[in-house]
Design a protein around this ligand. Structure first.
Ligand code: BGC
Length: 404
């Protein structure tokens, strides 16, 4: 009898285990469907091949709620090139050409050789100055020419560097300070101009104790400290990639998808047309269906218009909405990135409550994808995801996690 009871108890335990296993399977099956069909918006770092820059459409086609929000990278490169060319056209060759050798020498801070924003800026600058040889890599430039105050002058790229920090982070401002120090010592008055693919590195160059005073310097991003530096005459120019439009659009696309909008409505409501709550981004944005990318436009900023870009000018087209509150998990590739920490995150934090989005921001170290992926957890408790990868070809690693 005792044996029978023990056997029955064991059977019952086994059944419980099997049954629990079945339950767990059912639960995870629900999660598979759940997370895999939630909105996923990549932003700032477009899923793409780090070498060729080709957009990763496999990642972009993950589900019908996957989009990229950024800015027109190629157009931005051209705007930056034009800003520099316009400056040269009105410059005095006697002053600009510091050693009077008839050559305008410049140094270039590239940023992240595997990032398509960085590539586009390098190309835009080199094309505008005639130094483009078909490659966006460091050191790849030919002799160019430009109109300097009415005189056609030779232009030479004296040196260019990716600007990777000792810790492996890209777009590194400290690396730019060190490089600038070295350039100023080695190249002296051959340097007539300093060009940087972002403001963080440009401000880093200005930190070099031997920065050649008065040499024009250009950045990109229109970060608050860079705008201030333009006002003070320390920075010559920068480019606004319209961070407010991008940050709002990242959240607005998610809002639209969570509100059940589909097709073009998902990328136009609240963006190019008012949404059901009366919101609409004031700046113009363009949707590129082939790459599922929603892009903000760039504008050049210099001494003539910097006042329009001073801190705190938020988009009045976005007001407090009555939308249902939703939870969004958002990753930032590098907590130390100058543009994201000083411009993008503050904009997100301003607009998220207006759109009733409860935002959880997790930040990585800019070198290891795991620093972000390890924080891309607790996925079932979020309604949507916004992703800024460490490497532009890591999109799949995030999506794989949404399958379980
Ligand atoms: C910005 C850089 C920034 C990078 C981060 C670029 O679009 O211009 O300043 O470091 O994004 O991904």
């Amino acid at each position: 009898m005792k044996k029978v009871i023990v056997a029955m108890v064991m059977m019952a335990m086994l059944c419980t285990v099997v049954f629990a296993g079945g339950n767990a399977d059912t639960a995870s099956a629900t999660a598979v469907v759940g997370n895999a069909s939630k909105p996923v918006v990549f932003f700032n770092r477009q899923p793409s091949d780090p070498v060729s820059g080709e957009i990763d459409m496999e990642v972009m086609n993950w589900n019908d709620k996957t989009f990229y929000v950024g800015f027109d990278a190629a157009g931005g490169g051209a705007v930056q090139g034009q800003l520099i060319v316009d400056y040269l056209a009105s410059a005095d060759p006697q002053v600009l050409d510091r050693n009077g050798d008839g050559v305008i020498g410049y140094v270039l801070c590239i940023g992240d050789v595997g990032h398509n924003d960085s590539k586009a800026r390098t190309q835009g600058i080199r094309e505008a100055l005639g130094t483009w040889n078909g490659s966006t890599d460091p050191g790849q430039a030919v002799e160019g020419s430009a109109n300097v105050g009415g005189t056609e002058m030779k232009v030479v790229e004296l040196d260019s560097r990716a600007m990777t920090g000792t810790d492996g982070t890209t777009w590194n401002a400290n690396a730019a300070t060190d490089a600038m120090g070295g350039w100023a010592t080695r190249l002296g008055d051959q340097i007539d101009m300093v060009i940087s693919n972002n403001d963080g590195m440009a401000m880093g160059c200005l930190q070099a104790s031997n920065y050649p005073a008065g040499v024009p310097i250009f950045g990109y991003d229109a970060n608050a400290d860079a705008i201030e530096a333009i006002g003070q005459g320390r920075l010559t120019g920068t480019v606004s990639q319209n961070v407010d439009a991008q940050a709002t659009a990242t959240l607005q696309v998610i809002r639209n998808l969570l509100d059940g909008l589909t097709g073009t409505d998902a990328v136009t409501a609240g963006i190019t047309e008012p949404d059901q709550y009366g919101n609409k981004i004031s700046a113009s944005m363009e949707y590129i269906p082939e790459t599922k990318a929603l892009l903000a436009q760039n504008t050049g900023v210099n001494a003539s218009n910097w006042q329009q870009y001073t801190e705190g000018s938020r988009d009045a087209g976005i007001k407090q909405s009555t939308a249902e509150s939703k939870r969004v998990l958002l990753t930032i590739y590098n907590s130390g990135d100058n543009f994201l920490s000083s411009s993008y995150i503050p904009a997100l934090q301003y607009y998220a409550p207006l759109l009733n989005i409860d935002l959880t921001i997790v930040q990585g170290d800019g070198q290891n994808e795991s620093s972000c992926l390890d924080r891309f957890t607790n996925l079932n408790s979020f309604d949507a995801y916004a992703i800024n990868m460490v490497r532009t070809n890591s999109g799949r690693d995030y999506l794989d996690r949404l399958q379980y």
